[in-house]
Ligand binder design. Sequence first.
Ligand code: FMN
Length: 404
Amino acid sequence: MLTTLIYRSQLNSSCKSIQLSALVKKARHRNALLNITGILLFNGRDILQILEGAEENVVKLFHRIRDDKRHNDVVELMRDYGPRRRFDNVGMLLFDLRIESPSAVLESVLHYSKLESYLASDDRVFKFIQSFITRKKTSHSGAALTADKWTLTKEKTRFSESVGVPIANQFCQFALQPIVEPGEGKISSLEALIRSNDGGSPEHFFKALDQDKVYEVDLQTKAYAFALAEKIGIGGHKIAVNLLPMSLVNVPGAVEFLVDQIKLHGLQPEQVVIEVTENEMISGFNQFNSAIKQLRAEGIGLAIDDFGSGYAGLSLLTRFQPDKIKIDREIVSNIHLSGPKQAIVKSIVSCCTDMEISLVAEGIEKIEEWCWLESAGIRRFQGFLFARPQLNGVGDIHWPRIAC
Ligand code: FMN
């Protein structure tokens, strides 16, 4: 299948532009043999390359290019399919914006184009080329570049690793995972994640229940989470719990129950954050809108979990603005390599900044992901990179520190 792949990167400072010309000369021959067209634009620092050819060949080549040490911060911007080539099969062409003017480069690129001009003007590939040619040099965060400057240092928290189950004969348990602010070196809050008594996941726990009892049980379990918070002595920290929003609608007196249990365990309602997933939020929004108002009136915080995984997206925020949004792990995973993911997160950061909604990026597993997100303005993080969930306690935290 005919594929077009576009990425951007930065030429390594140790690689001279003359070496780039030699590289292009070699690549021209190899690309021609594979029927790949490679258009490479260079502005003295940034690179934009378009690769066009059979999918298998293009992807294989891209993997080799991605690992090439002569450039870094390689971010895939687009991968698309089409019925016909956009460019002549020229093997490889280099356009150097330090030598030619932007308009001359644009003209040359269009010269090799096989698309009619009325099609080219609306084509994403040409738009990427045009923006690269006409914009000033990127204010690259260089985030991925700095990832190797960091190392992780393990530190015990002031909480116990495990205090055991807080209430006798509990029908489930909780694992606590901190949400951290590495810039400040502090824990921002603790999330209580439900586990079955044999350590099984939330899905495992809820699946085993009589389905008529799901909402009632869901609500009751929060009492255990608050009891655990009391037992480990969370002090002024916040505790976040997940809740099915329909539990608030289907169980009579649900909000009163939550408030009673919060107070019974020596917590303030303002210390508690209820997390609801984006999909649950939208599917029953009209039904539980009044329960949400009740929660807010009591001072309990609200967070949208897995934001970006559902079909509501930013439009949900026109109807309802929570205190906190947790960006879905799927968007965060390998964000340092993906242009579309970066664009989406930048827009979420911008919206949340304007609406004064706190942002948390969840599911962080790589230091490069954290570096990119931190440079995009996110300050709070949750994920295995920093701390794993710990049953009935809080595990060690791995703080990023500048390597000596
Ligand atoms: N190699 C190609 O064969 N075709 C290309 O279009 C191509 N473009 C490149 C663009 C940049 C910015 C860089 C740094 C390298 C490029 N290379 C290209 C070189 C490849 O990364 C790799 O060195 C080459 O394919 C030989 O791989 P091999 O030594 O594993 O056989």
